[in-house]
Ligand binder design. Structure first.
Ligand SMILES: *[C@@H]1O[C@H](CO)[C@@H](O)[C@H](O)[C@H]1NC(C)=O
Length: 390
């Protein structure tokens, strides 16, 4: 009891003496702190307007752009793409780059909720530049990822499932990424005969697994990147719809130390072929080798390096959800080390045994090989002497 009374007395005395200083310090701390906070935190109105701008549940995880051929023979193919991408909204935001905003395909896309943009920068055949397309969608739309796919590619919901799972998988990583995958081809004329709505995402999922055939890993029909992940300004002017821009982009991504990710395992797709000899390389399209000319002007490259098979990472679905893992990780599991040292020992023993045999067989004899070696040594000595003289 006594000690408590003494303590209280000391405390109140200290307070009385230091009252003024403490009040000044408290006022300073509170005023400086609140002014700093006001700078860092947005005002109440700013909060509200930011929230209104992008309601989280409606924000697309992927903005995916493409361009269509004006050839009337391609209308049927591209219209399947319009229906398919539209049905992946609002998680996917489809963007069409069109030369003619009032063409049948542009109007069809618009009526299905696509964003339709006029192509401003294109080559002589009207094909848009891939870097301009990416720069445009990055500047005009908000999403977690930005991508391009050819106008004859259909996807299942696994595409948006992947782009929605990726942010959590990439958290804490500072790398920039390019995501690509192998395509599965199908004849769309045959498909339409069997199933008028084969473009439905669920149907695409099914047919991709059962009917699609896998194309080589160097035929790449879609790219997805992290926002501003790919330095598009450093790329030469490559156009879509002509060969080799796809391989070159992967090669550049590797060269620039970006993370290249093979998403074949988690993105089910269908590449539509058929309809006569019309493929995505439209037969009416002139100057197919335009990209190769541009790239070769910087030096020849081996295009097969720009392959899905050379990606650094890959995605896969597991019981615990989607995972991203390293494709080529040459780390030897600890359990293998024992095996390795055993193997080394056996090799050493075998070598010794062989040498022992040889020595036994050819005791006292000098083999031809050894003579040659002696000769070589002699020559070397001679050469060295000559060098010294010089
Ligand atoms: C755009 O498409 C519409 C509809 O097909 C056509 O009437 C018009 O001539 C086209 N415009 C140009 C500039 O090609």
């Amino acid at each position: 009891m006594n000690s408590a009374r003494i303590l209280r007395g000391v405390a109140s005395a200290a307070l009385r003496r230091r009252n003024v200083e403490m009040v000044i310090i408290a006022v300073l701390v509170v005023s400086i702190g609140s002014s700093l906070l006001a700078r860092v935190l947005p005002s109440k109105e700013q909060w509200v307007s930011r929230k209104n701008l992008e309601p989280k549940e409606l924000r697309p995880s992927l903005t995916l752009c493409t361009t269509f051929s004006d050839n009337p023979a391609r209308f049927e193919v591209h219209s399947q793409t319009v229906y398919n991408w539209a049905s992946l909204r609002p998680r996917l935001r489809p963007v069409l780059f069109a030369a003619n905003l009032s063409s049948d395909l542009s109007l069809l896309a618009k009526s299905h909720g696509w964003e339709v943009q006029r192509v401003t920068k294109a080559d002589k055949q009207g094909m848009p530049y891939i870097n301009e397309m990416f720069k445009h969608i990055q500047a005009h739309y908000r999403s977690h990822f930005y991508g391009y796919a050819n106008g004859d590619m259909l996807f299942s919901r696994s595409l948006t499932d992947t782009t929605e799972s990726l942010p959590a998988l990439l958290e804490g990583k500072s790398e920039q990424y390019v995501f690509v995958g192998q395509r599965r081809s199908i004849n769309y004329v045959d498909m339409l005969k069997q199933d008028k709505e084969f473009w439905q995402p669920d149907h695409v999922h099914k047919y991709s697994c059962t009917k699609g055939h896998t194309d080589p890993p160097t035929s790449i029909d879609f790219f997805i990147t992290t926002p501003f992940g790919f330095p598009w300004d450093t790329l030469p002017k490559l156009v879509v719809g002509k060969t080799r821009f796809d391989n070159y982009i992967i090669m550049m991504a590797m060269y620039l130390f970006m993370g290249t990710v093979d998403v074949t395992g988690t993105v089910h797709n269908l590449h539509m072929t058929g309809g006569g000899h019309m493929t995505h390389k439209d037969s009416g399209l002139a100057d197919q080798s335009a990209n190769e000319r541009v790239i070769n002007s910087f030096g020849r490259v081996a295009y097969e390096l720009g392959s899905v098979a050379n990606c650094k990472y890959f995605t896969r679905n597991t019981r615990n959800g989607m995972q991203m893992a390293r494709l080529l990780q040459w780390q030897i599991p600890a359990s293998f080390r024992g095996l390795q040292s055993e193997r080394k020992e056996t090799t050493k023993r075998n070598k010794k045994r062989k040498q022992g045999k040889k020595q036994g067989q050819e005791k006292g004899k000098q083999t031809g090989k050894e003579k040659e070696i002696e000769k070589e040594k002699g020559k070397e000595k001679g050469n060295r002497k000559q060098e010294k003289k010089q």
